[in-house]
Design a protein around this ligand. Structure first.
Ligand code: NAP
Length: 284
């Protein structure tokens, strides 16, 4: 293995410490910071994610509000809880744990969040600001990726960045962030209908894999020295693996994020950062 390991752990720890300091400053001014989550149903993985968000929020000195609604909750009931969190002055950030169970409209529920409390940065208002390069609250996972690139001094200016995936959660906003003025990568946004993917992977200086397919990107596809960001979280009989075959990729790449311990640990830290930013903006 020759690649530098881009661990998210140190970057996340530093960001969490910075968030805790900012929460303490607000507390000194008599302003509390609170994170509210809304989870519907009994999905085990979602429950684990939500618990980890509350633990992290409390460690950072935030209040946390946990709304766990039973499967079978109606869209209107979900949106009533959102509306009550919008009104609650102790709540600075709101997260709807996605995906919602079948029959519920996640986009509509996220659209009901007050954009000023949109801790996940997924409200259409904040996604619009991201497109305008004026965003304060950015989608947490791509924001975490950008922080990793910045921390390790990965050069993006004029580099070819291939983003595999175009979801609203990861691929699409990351494409906007990488192509923004000041970051200046030349972005190729790939998806399931993209042709000649092998050729595109081989030309990219930065490869981001966010598709949800274990070991999809192999080392022999990569340009030697490429920076590889593995967003995938896939549960397999062998354990948690990414969308990149780590063993083969680490022999060819210049740098690579591990799974676990790479992008995943940044996501919670970034959404805490959004929550304290939201509180600061409200506090003035
Ligand atoms: P998603 O909504 O299912 O989107 C997957 C994307 O991959 C789609 O745009 C799809 O294309 C594209 N795709 C599928 N097969 C492809 C192929 N063969 N070649 C090129 N593109 C292909 O998934 P997501 O929410 O973005 O998540 C992606 C992965 O990241 C998952 O493993 C998820 O668990 C993980 N994730 C991790 C974090 C974290 O914190 N680390 C956060 C969120 C997600 P189409 O649009 O054409 O269907």
């Amino acid at each position: 293995m020759s690649a530098e390991i881009l661990s998210g752990k140190d970057v996340a720890a530093a960001l969490r410490a910075e968030v805790a300091d900012r929460v303490a400053v607000l507390a000194g001014r008599g302003k509390s910071v609170g994170l509210a989550t809304i989870l519907v149903g009994d999905d085990a993985a979602s429950q684990i994610y939500v618990r980890s968000k509350h633990r992290a929020a409390e460690k950072a000195g935030m209040l946390s509000f946990d709304h766990h609604l039973p499967a079978g909750t109606s869209q209107e009931q979900v949106e009533r809880v959102v509306a009550s969190m919008n009104r609650n002055k102790d709540v600075s950030g709101i997260i709807i744990q996605l995906p919602l169970p079948a029959g519920l409209d996640g986009n509509r529920a996220v659209g009901a969040i007050d954009p000023a409390k949109d801790a996940d940065g997924l409200h259409p208002h904040n996604l619009g600001l991201l497109a305008l390069e004026r965003s304060a609250l950015r989608p947490a996972t791509p924001d975490g990726i950008m922080r990793i690139l910045e921390h390790y001094g990965v050069e993006t200016d004029g580099k070819v960045a291939l983003v595999l995936g175009r979801s609203v959660l990861v691929g699409k906003p990351l494409g906007l962030m990488l192509g923004a003025k000041g970051v200046d990568a030349t972005v190729i946004q790939a998806h399931s209908r993209t042709r000649d993917l092998d050729d595109l992977i081989g030309r990219a200086d930065i490869v981001v894999a966010a598709i949800g397919k274990p070991g999809f990107v192999m080392g022999d596809q990569l340009k030697p020295g490429a920076v590889v960001i593995d967003v995938g979280i896939n549960r397999t009989p062998e354990g948690l693996v990414g969308d990149v075959d780590f063993e083969s990729a680490a022999d060819v790449a210049g740098a690579i994020t591990p799974v676990p311990g790479g992008v995943g640990v940044m996501t919670v830290a970034s959404l805490l950062a959004n929550t304290v930013t939201a509180a600061e903006l409200t506090a003035g």
